[in-house]
Structures are given as structure tokens and as C-alpha cells.
Design a protein around this ligand. Structure first.
Ligand code: 13P
Length: 252
């Protein structure tokens, strides 16, 4: 059975002291949460703290992730962080195309696809986020939107597409406490799986995560859906006990 991936997206939260307490809390409870079973676990820290969190997570069973990366390889791009720089800190995952970046930084589908490409060519697994807004859902456009977003990444990445992780994050469920029902989430995951199947014979090994108000209470039901292979967790990833409960629900 495919292992699930539980990734925390800390967003713009944390401090040296808070990160230390958070990672220690997760690391201390990890073996008990897994209770002899397995799941991939990662934390996506703010770029400023990657060095610190690399040290904190070393040999802990927790992988390190970044929240974004540059679409450029190197050069005169003030403020940007390249895939190669992330690799220097043993970053295994990089979130690309989070809805907050699409919205606040006007990131296009094509830019997101290029970022995924940069990550893959540096040996970093991109966690490609897709998801519809409330207006798009209400207009019956959910499928069209998520397929368009994923299509750009498939187009740019060809046969490497089986190396990505996808995260379905309905925008209306992020930070709102309004989770998609397991049925709503599964329906979109099945659409994404079918789209991947048309692009690669290895679509079944692509982990498709759900994100959007996943928490200690609703995780088990969401994670039991056939096409939900893990979670991308915001708020609940900042609380060790809640994050560990979600990990326990994902362990197989
Ligand atoms: P919340 O879990 O806080 O809703 O955030 C989800 C998210 O955006 C993860 O990337």
C-alpha cells in the first residue's frame, strides 16, 4: 500500500524559539503516533528558518520542505531563492502554486509549472497545489479550474510527472474551518487521478494530498478516501498534538 504523506505548511509563522518547541514536540511523539506503521512526514518552514529546521529535524524521521522557490536558476532576482539553494539545506519538498501565492503574488499556471520543473531538476519533489475559489465552485467550475492548473504542470514536465506530489486545496476551505466533505474531496481527487493516468502509466504512485482545514477531528475520514494519499496542513500543523493525531490517522 502506498504510504501517505502528512506535510505541515507553517506559512509565515514561527520564530527560533517556537520552531524548536514545535519540532521537538513532533519528534518526541512521532514513534508513538506511527505505532509501528509508516507515513511520510514533512514540515515546510519559512525560508529564513530552513537552516535551523534542517538541524532540528536531522535524523528525526521528519523531512524538510520549503514553501516556494524561484522559477529562475540563478542571477539578478533580488529576494528570490533558487532550487539549488534549497538543496543545500537538504530540502526534500517544495510547495509550488499555493493559492496564497497565486492570489497575493499573481502566480500564473505557467509560472507554477516552471517552478515545479526547477524543483524536479534539482531533485526536490514539488507539492503542486490546485484548487477552486468559492465563486468557481458555485459556478460549477471546480473540475475545469483544477484540471487547467494541473494541465500546465503536466505539459511542462512530461514524463517526470509521476515524481510530483499534488495537493488539492479548495480555496474556500483554507483557514476557514470549512472542510470539504470526504465525498467532495474524493470526487476532485478522482478527477485529478484520471488526469494523471492519461499522462503517465505511473499515476497510481503519485500522492494526492488534501488541504484545507484538515484537523485532528476530520483527518481520519478524509484520509480513508481511496484517492486521498495524505494532507497538507496549515493551522493544525502548528500544534504538535494535533499534527501527531493527523499523522496517526495517516499511518498504514
Ligand atoms: P489550513 O489547514 O490552515 O486550512 O491551511 C491549509 C493550507 O493552506 C495548507 O497549505
Amino acid at each position: 500500500m502506498k504510504q501517505q504523506l502528512i506535510a505541515g505548511n507553517w506559512k509565515m509563522n514561527g520564530s527560533l524559539a517556537a520552531n524548536e518547541a514545535l519540532v521537538h514536540g513532533i519528534a518526541q511523539g512521532l514513534q508513538a503516533a506511527l505505532s509501528g506503521k509508516q507515513a511520510h512526514v514533512a514540515v515546510c518552514a519559512p525560508a529564513a528558518y530552513l537552516s535551523q529546521v534542517q538541524q532540528l529535524t536531522h535524523s528525526s524521521g521528519i523531512d524538510l520542505g520549503a514553501q516556494d522557490l524561484s522559477a529562475h536558476e540563478q542571477g539578478a532576482y533580488t529576494g528570490e531563492i533558487s532550487a539549488a539553494m534549497l538543496k543545500d539545506f537538504a530540502v526534500r519538498y517544495a510547495i509550488v502554486g499555493h493559492s496564497e501565492r497565486r492570489h497575493y503574488h499573481a502566480e500564473s499556471d505557467e509560472l507554477v509549472a516552471t517552478k515545479a520543473q526547477r524543483a524536479l531538476s534539482a531533485g526536490i519533489t514539488p507539492i503542486v497545489c490546485v484548487g477552486e475559489t468559492l465563486a468557481e465552485r458555485e459556478a460549477g467550475k471546480t473540475e475545469e479550474v483544477v484540471k487547467r492548473q494541473l494541465a500546465a504542470v503536466i505539459h511542462a514536465n512530461g514524463h517526470c510527472i509521476s515524481e510530483i506530489v499534488v495537493a488539492y486545496e479548495p480555496v474556500w476551505a483554507i483557514g476557514t474551518g470549512k472542510t470539504a466533505t470526504p465525498q467532495q474531496a474524493q470526487a476532485v481527487h478522482a478527477v485529478l487521478r484520471a488526469q494523471l493516468q492519461a499522462a503517465t502509466p505511473h499515476a497510481d504512485r503519485v500522492q494526492i494530498l488534501y488541504g484545507g482545514s484538515m484537523n485532528a477531528t476530520n483527518a481520519a475520514q478524509l484520509l480513508s478516501q481511496p484517492d486521498i494519499d495524505g494532507g497538507l496542513i496549515g493551522g493544525a500543523a502548528l500544534k504538535p498534538a494535533d499534527f501527531l493525531t493527523i499523522i496517526a490517522a495517516a499511518a498504514r
